[in-house]
Design a protein around this ligand. Structure first.
Ligand code: ZN
Length: 481
């Protein structure tokens, strides 16, 4: 008996090692399988049609039209594998959450390629995989969460008014999958609770009742999540959160869990210096493929669900920029403030590109908050921006060093933003007296020992002692007001 036990432990250790090996190989060879035609977040239904057609023409895959969106865009299910266990993965139920849609096409490329034969054999002989990428193509068209009816499909699991939701429900019922992967994006402002680390990936083994009971179906989801968390820790240490497991009776995940599928929610959040979320896409790819492998060889079954509770909870305590301990003068008195700034994205026409229009999100004691960029401004004082009339802009840095952020021109460009750290205004513009308050566009200067040291232009911090081309200046604005 003892011998058998030690053999079992040895085998387990071997399989864990083999899996860790696979994970690092998947990470290292990722670029070979990355679907390079969809490299930014604002992908559209039209962008993925050639890819779907490519897999339709490939005998390894089974591709079927399974429904249509309200505006008539086709929904496709792509299946591969001959196993008895069905796995159902769907993405972009929310139109502005495309990261996993991209990762799905990377995974399909991987499954089609000749390499990793043994591992793929293990996956595809034990499992049948079903992918539904971009469940909400009408929302993706205008890069918005909701569908064309203006409803959140993820609150339509009971009423089933949306054709997209009806398709998801019909597939759930016909596949009756053992595992479901419900793939979303979350705000980049989520962090792992009580740390400055962004929740780059958040997981949830979705609850199936208000009591949040753990039955075998839910426990299996927890075990696979523990495994995926371990993988992500290698590439984004500390950057995993556990999504709230409050039961939502109208949501698909909660109902699909109730209907008997082990449901894994994956939320792609933020990663420093990765606004288009391509590193997070890669982490989706690596962790989902590794999860499929552990489900296929059933090694997940030996994982303890207790480790699930050890994953830190999601919190929402991040800003893009935080300026700490800055001195602000109001009516002749000095006050110490922390400032929290959001670099909000505004879509351009066509929803293919965006610019930043930042805002002060909060001010006061923000010591329980964190940011992607933090500046300790102890001993620095806020200085109001000045305006100047300029015939032609030479060096933006020369203007900033003189405390000028607002530039008046006779003929402003027909655009809403500018690739310079300045606010361009028309000839009738009048600069109001500066007042720091939540909601304003953060454009001002910092001085120390009576010398200007930094400019904050449209919420981006610029060090006046360093060349502009070595800094993330975001964008300036062109405004008529
Ligand atoms: Zn979502």
């Amino acid at each position: 008996m003892k011998k058998l036990m030690s053999l079992a432990i040895l085998l387990l250790a071997f399989s864990v090692q083999a899996q860790d090996e696979l994970t690092s190989q998947l990470y290292e060879t990722y670029e070979d399988y990355k679907e390079s035609s969809i490299g930014e977040r604002r992908i559209k239904h039209a962008d993925i049609q050639p890819l779907i057609q490519k897999f339709k023409a490939n005998p390894k895959f089974e591709v079927q039209k399974v429904g249509e969106s309200i505006q008539g865009r086709d929904l496709h299910l792509i299946s591969i594998g001959s196993g008895d266990s069905d796995i159902f993965l769907w993405s972009q139920m929310h139109g502005n959450e495309p990261t996993a849609t991209q990762a799905i096409f990377d995974i399909l490329n991987f499954l089609d390629a000749p390499e990793f034969k043994a591992e793929k054999q293990e996956i595809l002989s034990n499992l049948k995989l079903h992918f539904l990428p971009m469940l909400n193509p009408d929302g993706a068209e205008v890069f918005t969460r909701r569908n064309a009816l203006g409803i959140d499909i993820n609150r339509d699991a009971l009423r089933l008014q949306s054709p997209e939701g009806q398709t998801l429900k019909r597939l759930r019922d016909s596949l009756d999958a053992d595992f479901g992967f419900n793939l979303h994006d979350q705000s980049t402002y989520y962090n792992a609770e009580r740390t400055e680390k962004p929740a780059t990936i958040s997981y949830l083994a979705t609850a199936y009742n208000y009591e949040k009971d753990i039955n075998e179906v839910r426990a299996n989801a927890m075990k696979v999540i523990v495994y995926m968390n371990k993988i992500i820790q290698n590439y984004a240490p500390g950057q995993v959160g556990r999504y709230s497991d409050d039961f939502e009776p109208r949501a698909f995940g909660d109902n699909i869990a109730k209907w008997g599928t082990s449901l894994i929610l994956i939320e792609s959040g933020g990663f420093p210096g990765d606004p288009e979320k391509q590193e997070i896409r890669k982490l989706n790819y690596v962790s989902i493929l590794s999860a499929l492998y552990t489900i296929a060889n059933e090694s997940f079954k030996s994982i303890s669900t207790e480790d699930y509770e050890k994953i830190p909870r999601n919190d929402r305590k991040l800003f893009d920029l935080k300026i700490e301990n800055v001195t602000y003068e109001l009516l002749g008195d000095d006050y110490i403030l922390d400032l929290g700034v959001f670099n909000n994205e505004v879509d351009l026409e066509g929803h293919n590109q965006f610019y930043y229009q930042s805002s002060v999100a909060d001010q006061g004691d923000l010591s329980t908050y964190y940011a992607y960029k933090t500046f300790d401004a102890q001993g620095y004082k806020i200085v109001a921006p000045k305006m100047a009339k300029v015939e032609q802009i030479g060096d933006a840095m020369d203007l900033l060093k003189d405390g000028i952020a607002f530039v008046k021109t006779e003929k402003p460009e027909k655009s809403e933003f500018i690739h310079l750290p300045l606010i361009m205004v028309n000839k009738d513009f009048e600069l109001k007296s500066f007042r720091m308050e939540p909601g304003i566009n953060p454009t001002f200067f910092l001085e120390k020992d009576e010398k200007l040291t930094h400019a904050i232009i449209n919420g981006f911090l610029i060090d006046l002692s360093k060349p502009l081309n070595q800094q993330n200046i975001g964008n300036g604005l062109i405004t008529g007001q």
